[in-house]
Design a binder for this molecule. Structure first.
Ligand SMILES: [Cu+2]
Length: 159
């Protein structure tokens, strides 16, 4: 009886360890490509950044929020662009962005974008900025965005 109990307990310990070992953070399952921010004119109060966010895991993940250093801007938000009655406007993505297993979501001019509000200074082409992404499991990922002129961008939009 004693032998069986020890065996059973060691099985419990091992399986618990295995579960923890395999529960990787969402931030570790993300690969960001094509990260860039649009260069702004000198007195611009807002800016936008774009990327493709890839989920390399076999489980859906959710990007909850984005933040930026106070030295760059007062706030950063996840936005999407909507057409309503032929008028283009932007809305914050209150529920974040879901990235399906083994797939990606594109942030592009005219679509989803990262909005930088209250810029402390212009975003200058050739420089870069770091954005911090927080996922549903509270894991965090920092990524560097190259600042580029809009003329080099794939598509153009008012902001
Ligand atoms: Cu926006």
């Amino acid at each position: 009886m004693k032998t069986i109990l020890v065996f059973f307990m060691s099985f419990l310990v091992c399986s618990t360890f295995a579960a923890e070992h395999h529960a990787s953070k969402m931030a570790d399952q993300v690969k960001i490509d094509n990260a860039w921010a649009r260069a702004t004119f000198a007195l611009a109060k807002s800016g936008a950044a774009y990327m493709t966010i890839n989920n390399i895991s076999a489980k859906e993940l959710r990007l909850v929020s984005v933040s930026v250093s106070e030295s760059v801007a007062n706030d950063a938000q996840l936005h999407h662009t909507i057409m309503k009655d032929d008028v283009m406007s932007m809305q914050e993505l209150d529920d974040g962005v879901v990235v399906d297993a083994s797939s990606g979501v594109e942030f592009l001019p005219g679509g989803k974008h990262i909005m930088l509000l209250g810029l402390t200074g212009p975003l200058l082409a050739g420089e870069s900025l770091v954005l911090t992404f927080t996922f549903e499991d509270e894991s965090i990922l920092n990524h560097t965005f190259a600042i580029k002129d809009a003329t080099n961008a794939p598509k153009s939009m008012s902001h």
